[in-house]
Write a protein that binds this ligand. Structure first.
Ligand code: 5GP
Length: 176
């Protein structure tokens, strides 16, 4: 178990909140405030980003949740996505926006995007991520909206965990 004393702050709360507000404004401008949007949260990592983003969206929003896991209890991806809960309603004629904490290899979002396009009759589905680790990408997939680019370090806080812990931190840090 790593000690929180060794956690270095990378992005503080104020910076996170200000950047997410700007991203929400971009999303408002892109979809228009009249057009309903289904916001799909990937639990558990996206939970903090999802709620912070949703507060600033101005269109009518429906909230949906799925639970996926690709890391298990380690800081390396297992290479497989475990679908713990994929219970989504029919999204016929709807715009959907998947909200994820971080895109790393792209495996998780590639999996969910294909699942939604195949099974949910969605009109359009796009991706919003808090962090884009562009340098780690293995799948041909890019987020439509992202808040921060991140180099290839393992970060925790603001939804992101280490062994299930630290998701509740109101900032993002890394262990030296
Ligand atoms: P991908 O499927 O794109 O390889 O990885 C996406 C998932 O891996 C994220 O949802 C997140 O759970 C986990 N992940 C990737 N990078 C990090 C990281 O730096 N820190 C933490 N805590 N999780 C990460």
């Amino acid at each position: 178990m790593k000690d929180i004393k060794d956690l270095k702050v990378l992005i503080d709360t104020d910076t996170l909140h200000k950047r997410i507000k700007i991203l929400a404004d971009e999303i408002n401008a892109f979809y228009g405030v009249e057009n309903p949007l289904t916001l799909i949260c990937i639990l558990r990592g996206a939970v903090m980003f999802y709620t912070e983003l949703a507060k600033h969206l101005k269109m009518p929003v429906k909230m949906e949740f799925v639970t996926l896991s690709s890391y298990g209890n380690s800081d390396k991806s297992s290479g497989k996505v475990k679908a713990v809960n994929l219970a989504l309603p029919d999204l016929e004629n709807q715009n959907a926006l998947i909200v994820e904490d971080i895109i790393d290899t792209g495996l998780t979002l590639d999996f969910l995007l294909k699942f939604i396009k195949t099974n949910c009759k969605v009109y359009d589905v796009k991706l919003a991520v808090l962090f884009d680790k562009k340098c780690a990408r293995k799948f041909d997939i890019e987020p439509d909206f992202y808040a921060f680019e991140m180099d290839d370090k393992f970060i925790v806080g603001f939804g992101l965990d280490y062994n299930g812990f630290y998701r509740n931190l109101n900032y993002v840090g890394y262990f030296e």
